[in-house]
Ligand binder design. Structure first.
Ligand code: ZN
Length: 186
């Protein structure tokens, strides 16, 4: 079903694919034609991400091998609220380095520790209408964006582990605790 930009009331939760699906390992394609159907895709991606309590989702995770991701993150203590959908994103600046833990909706039940990411980045890309945007990000939000952009190149957090010992199975208790602490990426 078709619907106009921003007025679709028929958002849908899409199926999130997991590591055994080879789409996750493909290099996703750039988007060249911006038509109203992309708003529907973005709405569905936010809906799917929220339903899974994630803070980021890349199109390949819903089996669409195209270069777009969504992310939504509330900084702690009434800090900034970030909500972005970026098409054809590129990291044009990256500074600093930090180790941190990440989860992934496509790798359910696991968490990776000590994953190295830049602490401050600048992402350039296009919005849902094809208009150029710049998204500066720091700290946890920067980590989310780097994780999502990796998905567009077929890279998973598993590839960024220095040691197999940094991969942990998450017990449901831990999952709950992490969800409360907003420590899970997506
Ligand atoms: Zn992921």
């Amino acid at each position: 079903m078709e619907c106009g930009a921003g007025e679709c009331e028929h958002m849908a939760i899409r199926k999130v694919i997991t590591t055994e699906n080879p789409i996750l390992r493909q290099k996703a394609k750039k988007i060249h034609r911006f038509d109203p159907s992309l708003q529907r895709l973005v709405d569905d991606m936010f809906e799917t991400m929220h339903a899974a309590n994630g803070v980021g989702l890349a199109a390949p995770q819903i089996a669409q091998s195209i270069r777009v991701f969504v992310a939504e993150y509330q900084e702690p203590e009434e800090g900034a609220h970030h909500k972005v959908a970026v098409f054809n994103p590129e990291i044009v600046k990256a500074e600093g380095e930090a180790l941190g833990s990440e989860g992934c909706l496509s790798i359910p039940g696991y968490r990776g520790d000590n994953i190295r990411r830049a602490t401050r980045i600048l992402v350039k890309g296009l919005d849902v209408r094809g208009k150029p945007i710049r998204v500066p990000a720091e700290g946890w939000f920067a980590r989310i964006l780097q994780h999502e952009i990796d998905h567009l190149d077929g890279i998973l957090f598993l590839d960024r582990l220095d040691s197999p010992d940094d991969l942990h199975e998450i017990t449901s208790e831990e999952e709950e605790a992490e969800a409360e602490a907003e420590a899970i990426i997506e």
